[in-house]
Design a protein around this ligand. Sequence first.
Ligand code: PLP
Length: 370
Amino acid sequence: MVPFLDLQKVNQSFQPGLGKAVARVIESGWFIRGEEGRRFEEAYAAFTGTAHCVGVGNGFDALRLIFRAWLLQGAMREDDEVIVPANTYIASILAVTENRLKPVLVEPLLNTFAIDPGRIEEKITSRTKAILVVHLYGRNAMHPEIKRIADHYHLKLVEDNAQAAGCYCGDRRTGSLGDAAAHSFFPTKNLGALGDGGAVTMHDDTLASMIRTLGNYGSEKKGLHDLPGVNSRLDDVQAAVLSLKLGRLDEDNRRRRQAALTYLSGIENPAVTLPQAESSETIGENVWHLFVVRCGRRNALQKHLREAGIETLIHYPIPPHKQKVYASMNAGSLPITEQIHQEVLSLPLTPVMRETDLQQVAEAVNRFRA
Ligand SMILES: *Cc1c(COP(=O)(O)O)cnc(C)c1O
């Protein structure tokens, strides 16, 4: 049996350090916005190469608080438009609509799953205020063309880095490439906590202090509430866990890359399209949060693998614009997005998988007859 993700094994590989980190917080008696939180924020800002990291409750809050801060600052207004990839996880789009902004969906490229830079400019109107780039499946999606468009039209550039912790883009990391970036430390992400967690990284001082205030009931000084805030804070237990795991993130991502190479060289089946390998182009970097193949008979492939004892998942079975919550959204025709959602299948890939497991998966995929 090859599980999709053996989180027990992943976390076991950090012991006894994890237990010690949690014990340290218990002994400190300080659980919210304490020393551990501050230490992690400093470390993660340095890691991403940004001036500020503000810990928040989860990745979704990171995204929605970025937009909320810009609304409060007057950088955008209700009904303004945000360009987003159509094939993202729904959180990216909910963060936009939650703030009464309008998501404008753009098709991805079939070979990289990243937003198609060539289709952004045609969607820009006088109400467009931001582009949200999602580094989906762990691949850097910040094409130089996107940065050029954002600069040219004076648009805010946001990164959804929930799936790409530690990814490089040239000599910089994702999370430092735009005006603000949202990070998720959901347990299954490349940098995963033992519960919910998230962060915003950014270069701008004013934005950082506003997001910190917003996440703390709008209060900067104890007892004074200046902004319509929420409760969204990264707790110290999670921060201590994340500080420990951050020390091994680059190594874990190297192991993921190694596992991806095993699949890329070992899987050969005309019915299965492999994800594009990394290339020397600026856009090619990947920390392989997910290894996503495409197959015209995806459900049959999934069944075949299940029968071979291999667990796979679909990221994601239904695109956001086809979800009930967005039934009234007039998204237009999105054939590439719909094809992707019908064809994708995620194979098991973790930093703790054995080479023999990877071989077993590759051989089972090769045995599939469409
Ligand atoms: C996981 C994820 C989020 C949300 O993160 P949470 O911590 O679960 O709120 C947002 N965007 C993408 C692309 C994600 O994968």
